[in-house]
Design a protein around this ligand. Structure first.
Ligand code: DLL
Length: 435
């Protein structure tokens, strides 16, 4: 463990620490961010009213639109001269979200990431290939600083700037032992390596993979593990709350530990906003406890998950969030039925003969039409037409059983669905503007 005393701190002590930090954060926000002062006044709330962790529920939520409404600097708690870095994420609305960091924020984040990397089993003896994008996206630099803080040999391979062939060469020649990238890119890397005749067991030295930034399933985990010969861990984070490192899977891989000394994690009903109990499925909400430049109170992530507060076999006392099940805003409504892209992935990845890449296309032709375009494996692609047709029908049947709405399935040739080094675009919604 990177910080054993904190990572295994008794829950009661962690809660006391959280309360102390929450009170300080609330006061800090009230005094330094006009946006929060206004919110508190509107809710007829004073910082002194927050006396217990339960009182957190009295504080209004912060949402992504609040950040956009104060674009670019309006939500900062520190003057610009104390800010040393910005990251930014673009959204569907066109106005990006800007996130600022002080020098202390950067070093806290590096320690947080180092703790997370160690939680996934990375040590200072490892050679870590960081293939997340460097730049405005938080993945590359977040991992980079964390690896260096841990003392691992860090290769800033980046995503997008370094061609996949070169990534493979680095994996091979520099004997990288840890690979960090999106799960979809890990699949793509594996596919390209296979084409080059590489046997990961013989030619690579990988032992751990740390994959996140987009949803993925247990079935995808198994595929990546066997294709790259490593042990895959899920990592969660969002730029508004620092970036990667909010949650990390430990050796037990039964949920991602979310660090209580830096965050308070709540789960709410996305419709009513009501706080739910551990074990109940809902939207994750985060309050930061140690950030200087951009503290956030009750930030709605839109990510749907379940919180587990039961003790973990690894000995860490910090609560866990289960693998993200979907986003409350990526839910598709198809002819009135709620469909989550993660459900589609779950069905596809367990059917033999189905490849790793797919796309969900939604269109409207009087009624909504759901189409799923999915690659087949090279072995299946050379099968007879009748066999392909049988496979296609099987995928349609299994999707219909899980989604409760019909989907038209199209099997396509391996390698035809676009690959990206970053987050995969799984959903294409063509309904916008159509009645
Ligand atoms: O994706 C930060 C990150 C970088 C996380 C590298 C992990 C690794 P954003 O670009 O702001 O930040 O996107 C945040 O991505 O709200 C989730 O919807 C999704 N997401 C992130 N990690 C996971 C994961 C980075 N492990 C948004 N599983 C979040 C599912 C994830 N979804």
């Amino acid at each position: 463990m990177f910080e054993p005393e904190i990572e295994t701190m008794p829950v009661k002590e962690l809660k006391e620490l959280q309360l102390e930090r929450l009170k300080a954060t609330v006061k800090y926000c009230y005094e330094n961010v006009p946006f929060y002062r206004k919110k508190f006044k509107e809710a007829e709330l004073r910082p002194e009213d927050i006396k217990s962790l339960e009182d957190l529920a009295k504080i209004p939520f912060t949402v992504k639109d609040d950040l956009r409404d104060h674009y670019p600097y309006g939500i900062l708690a520190k003057p610009l001269k104390e800010v040393v870095r910005f990251h930014s994420s673009s959204g569907t609305t066109g106005i990006p979200t800007v996130v600022g960091y002080t020098k202390k924020d950067i070093s806290t984040w590096a320690r947080l990431m180092a703790r997370g990397l160690a939680t996934a089993g990375v040590t200072s003896d490892d050679i870590v290939q960081v293939a997340y994008g460097y730049g405005l996206f938080t993945g590359g630099l977040g991992f980079h600083y964390g690896c260096e803080e841990l003392g691992a040999a860090t290769i800033p391979a980046g995503g997008g700037i370094t061609p996949t062939k070169r990534q493979i060469q680095i994996l091979k020649d520099m004997h990288s032992t840890v690979l960090c990238c999106t799960p979809s890119y890990a699949l793509y890397l594996a596919e390209e390596a296979r084409k080059e005749g590489i046997d990961p067991e013989r030619d690579f030295s990988l032992r751990i993979g740390i994959f996140g930034a987009e949803p993925w399933s247990e079935a995808t985990r198994k595929k990546i593990e066997s294709a790259l010969n490593l042990r895959a861990h899920d990592v969660y984070g969002l730029s508004e709350i620092w970036g990667p490192g909010v949650g990390m899977e430990c050796e037990a891989r039964e949920g991602l530990h979310v660090w209580s000394d830096h965050f308070i994690m709540e789960v709410i009903d996305p419709e009513s906003g009501e706080v739910l109990e551990p074990g109940e499925k809902g939207e994750l909400v985060f309050t930061t406890l140690t950030r200087e430049a951009m503290p956030l109170l009750r930030y709605r992530s839109r990510d749907i998950s379940v919180v587990d507060v039961e003790p973990c076999e690894c000995g860490r006392t910090h609560p866990r969030m289960l693998r993200v099940l979907g986003r409350s805003d990526d839910m598709l409504i198809i002819r009135g039925v709620n469909v989550f892209p993660s459900q589609v992935e779950h069905v596809l990845m367990r059917i033999p003969g189905i490849g790793d890449h797919y796309q969900i296309i939604v269109d409207r032709d009087i009624l909504d039409v759901l189409r799923v375009k999915v690659e087949v494996t090279p072995e299946v692609f050379s099968d007879k037409l009748a066999e392909l047709e049988a496979l296609r029908r099987r995928v349609e049947e299994e999707l219909a059983a899980v989604l409760n709405v019909g989907a038209k399935v199209e099997l396509v040739e391996p390698g035809t669905i676009p690959r990206t080094p970053g987050k995969a675009q799984r959903v294409v919604d063509l309904r916008k503007g159509k009645i």
